[in-house]
Design a binder for this molecule. Structure first.
Ligand code: ZN
Length: 380
């Protein structure tokens, strides 16, 4: 069994009265954490929850006004801080600089998905607060699939957010059960090319993104030339927007790949190139400025893996060597097989010809099929 976890970010829409209640709670909680930390430290770094609770519980309730569950959560936060300090053999007095409150589901917070509100504990009473949630997170608020775990109340630049952990137990997908194998090639011209065992293909075009990306590059250059403080601030905001843009695109590409896999079979398996040993930065710089951020490339893989797991879809990695040079038909491998200029792959040995962007995806798929076959025969 696997346990999937995901943190869902809910943006809270608070009234001014509620804002005061949350602020007071955050403040009291931080003071309580620091008080508890001091007691734990002075007594030699208490890392056992129960022991710590015996020392501070009364004070947390009476002096800091915390509700019972919140007081327990403070003890458990501090206890685990000192437990990890002890395991590193480094006992230091822990100070909590940022204010956040940890909540336990049902005991001090609940989520009402239908009317999009949360009920959360404050020092005085529980308050009901409407929330906003991004479309990417919405599927995780389905109580028939996901179970709510702990949550954290955190102050944001403009207000408050609740970070809710959702969990789900799943069976680990096994290669033996696959009825479809999908090879996925990630690249510049196309962000992704996916092909299945029937040679059906999905292309996810990179060009519109390339153009938008070029716009960002121009803007960045102009701002860098200005060099003023306001230009620097603007530069930072632009970078943030650009990253969010890429993240959003990666979600879309990953969703498209998952959808393609699901329509290819009941128990599909996705095959990706193993890029961990490739110097991504160098390769990327040579190939295209678009993947300026190698993190975006790696992020796409994370999204594919995560979304696949949530759907019970297996993901295999195969060697990335020569995937763009090898003939999918006869296996002849030569750099000259590929005519990059004309986007044509023509095998020098058997003259098999194909769109060059498809070659990678086919080879990756075939390596996945091979690997699955090996797993079946060896039983590894
Ligand atoms: Zn060939």
């Amino acid at each position: 069994m696997l346990e999937l976890m995901r943190t869902v970010r809910l943006k809270l829409i608070v009234s001014s009265e509620q804002a005061v209640a949350l602020q007071t709670t955050l403040q009291a909680n931080r003071e309580a954490l620091n008080y508890t930390s001091q007691v734990a430290y002075e007594k030699g770094g208490i890392s056992a929850f129960k022991q710590l609770q015996q020392f501070v519980y009364r004070d947390l309730r009476d002096k800091f006004g915390l509700k019972s569950q919140m007081a327990c959560n403070v003890c458990s936060t501090v206890a685990s801080t000192y437990a990890s300090a002890k395991s590193n053999n480094r006992l230091v007095h822990a100070i909590y600089k940022h204010s956040k409150v940890v909540y336990s589901y049902n005991r001090d917070y609940t989520v009402q998905v239908d009317d999009q509100t949360v009920s959360i504990g404050t020092l005085n009473k529980r308050i009901k607060v409407p929330f906003l949630v991004g479309n990417n997170y919405r599927p995780y608020l389905d109580p028939s699939l996901w179970e709510f775990g702990s949550a954290e109340l955190v102050p944001t630049r403009k207000g408050y957010a609740l970070h809710v952990v959702v969990k789900r137990a799943m069976d680990e997908p096994i290669p033996q059960a696959c009825d479809a194998v999908i090879g996925v090639d990630r690249g510049m011209n196309f962000l992704a090319v996916a092909t299945n065992h029937h040679d059906e293909t999905m292309f996810y075009k990179g060009r519109p993104i390339k153009n938008k990306k070029a716009k960002y590059v121009r803007l960045r250059k102009a701002l860098q030339r200005q060099g003023t403080r306001s230009a620097k601030r603007k530069l930072q905001r632009t970078a943030g927007r650009e990253n969010r843009f890429m993240t959003n695109i990666n979600h879309q590409v990953a969703n498209a790949i998952i959808a393609f896999a699901k329509q290819s079979g009941n128990k599909p398996c996705i095959v990706l190139e193993d890029l961990t040993h490739i110097n991504l930065r160098a390769t990327v710089r040579l190939a295209d400025r678009y993947w300026r951020f190698s993190w975006a490339f790696a992020q796409l893989e994370t999204f594919i893996r995560y979304k696949a797991l949530a759907e019970g879809i297996l993901v295999l990695s195969v060697s990335a060597k020569y995937t763009s040079q090898k003939c999918p038909k006869c296996g002849h491998t030569e750099r000259a097989n590929r005519d990059k200029q004309n986007h044509r792959f023509t095998c020098k040995a058997c003259h098999y010809t194909l769109n060059d962007d498809l070659v990678g995806a086919r080879n990756i798929r075939d390596r996945g099929v091979e690997q699955r076959h090996q797993i079946e025969t060896i039983g590894a």
